[in-house]
Design a protein around this ligand. Structure first.
Ligand code: AMP
Ligand code: GLY
Length: 413
């Protein structure tokens, strides 16, 4: 099978490692890639647009496109590739709207009785201000409707913060068009957990969960990030909770997928809040989580390419994924200043080899590997126990450095 993997982060490098193991792989391409991914796959010579990617895939007889990031899917990569009969692991534009529009996903949940926070949608700034001024309860949650690279959610602690956010999103357009429409939501409390389902639109196969550490610093201090590390499987996803999700959350989702004809092929990321009233959906994503994927991929005991191909062709034939009886830990090594401003282009010194790491924000420059993002590398290890996996991952984390590098010391706690 000739495969093209889209994306350039740690998530995609973890997927690439697993695809590279497949007996079915004959030729492996990537775009845009990074030095880690490019050690396994050849870079496709296309432009960064869905038209160019789909055309290149056709001209190069690609059998399967796998998209890591949501942006290409929300833009319609799967629809474009379908014109040439190329299957994509990742939903078409319609299904990707579950991530691409908060309004769309909330209306979907409401229509199919999927438990979620109460909400109101506004396109008019004055209406939103009137609503905020009538609110008695804080915190309240304000979300930009469109994609915002993790910057579109504000938990406002009081009226002043809420009004400031409305001004930001709707008048000053700090998030561009994404903030033209907003969703104001009830604030939920509880532990957060993300569960992933592989699906061909009809069958849903649950994967193990990974615990993501969202804040920048130890003990959940500092700003929210994309995720600073993870371990898998997540201790809190007990059999009882699995059953609760299956009985209370999934039936509405499955019914909705069928009624709305999503023909959804790929992964559905269900972000949950485990509230006192039971699990409620915080958000849907149409792609794998990062860094959760770095913890999940090494534990899969199946041929990943086979699973992805079955899903992408609407023909998922297995009921569960086989898992190794091990733990995986991933520690993110980040640039000073992340998730706010940070510098790029710092030379990375590896005590062992660059191949011992999952690459997230790295690049080649004058024959050296340098930093090229906020989250730079992942130190990933697996072992029979969580403690051993932690020890191995942290040993790797100490064996690499660049100016200003930092990582959380409490992953796994
Ligand atoms: P989202 O992009 O919708 O996942 O929101 C990002 C983060 O904001 C979530 O992971 C939660 O930590 C928080 N969040 C979003 N919606 C709510 C809500 N209704 N109540 C409490 N926290 C929320
Ligand atoms: N780690 C959270 C996400 O990928 O959205």
């Amino acid at each position: 099978m000739r495969v093209l993997l889209i994306g350039s982060g740690g998530r995609e490098h973890a997927i690439a490692q697993k695809i590279a193991e497949s007996q079915k792989l004959t030729k492996f391409f990537c775009f845009p890639g990074n030095p880690g991914i490019e050690s396994l796959a050849e870079k496709a010579q296309c432009d960064d647009s869905i038209d160019s990617i789909a055309l290149w895939a056709k001209e190069n007889a690609i059998d399967l496109i796998v998209s890591g990031p949501e942006t290409y899917l929300v833009a319609g990569l799967a629809d474009e590739a379908a014109k040439f009969g190329i299957p994509v692991f990742g939903p078409t534009k319609k299904g990707a709207m579950l991530e691409g529009s908060k309004d769309f996903s909330k209306q979907f949940m409401k229509k199919y009785n999927v438990p979620t926070a109460g909400f109101n949608v506004f396109t008019d700034y004055d209406d939103a201000v009137t609503f905020i001024k009538s609110l008695k309860k804080y915190p309240t949650v304000i979300k930009a409707d469109g994609l915002a690279a993790g910057k579109g959610v504000k938990i406002a602690l009081n009226e002043k913060e809420a009004l400031h956010t409305l001004q930001d999103y709707m008048i000053d357009n700090t998030l561009g068009k994404s903030g033209n429409k907003i969703v104001i939501e009830e604030f939920m409390t509880g532990e957060e957990m993300s569960v992933f389902y592989l699906t061909d639109g009809k069958k849903f196969v649950q994967l193990i969960a990974a615990k993501d550490y969202k804040r920048a610093y130890d003990n959940d201090q500092g700003d929210n990030t994309g995720g600073m590390g993870c371990y898998a499987p997540h201790n809190s996803l007990t059999q009882k909770l699995k059953e609760k999700i299956e009985s209370d959350v999934m039936p509405g989702i499955i019914k909705g997928f069928q009624n709305e004809n999503f023909d959804y092929r790929g992964v559905l990321y269900v972000g949950l809040m485990l509230t006192n009233e039971g699990p409620k959906v915080v958000e849907f994503n149409c792609r794998f989580g990062d860094p959760e994927t770095q913890g999940i991929m090494p534990l899969i005991d199946n041929d990943l390419l086979e699973i992805f191909y079955q899903s992408a062709t609407g023909n998922l034939q297995f009921n569960e994924v086989q898992w190794k009886n091990e733990y995986a830990v991933s520690v993110v090594i980040a640039s000073a200043g992340y998730p706010a401003q940070y510098e790029k282009g710092k030379k990375i010194s590896f005590q062992t080899s660059m191949k011992d790491y999952i690459h997230a924000g790295t690049a080649f420059m004058h024959g050296e590997i340098v930093t090229n993002g906020g989250r730079v590398l992942n130190a990933v290890a697996t072992a029979k126990t969580k403690e051993e996996a932690l020890q191995k991952a942290y040993k790797l984390a100490t064996q690499v450095s660049f100016e200003g590098s930092f990582y959380r010391k409490d992953i796994g706690s």
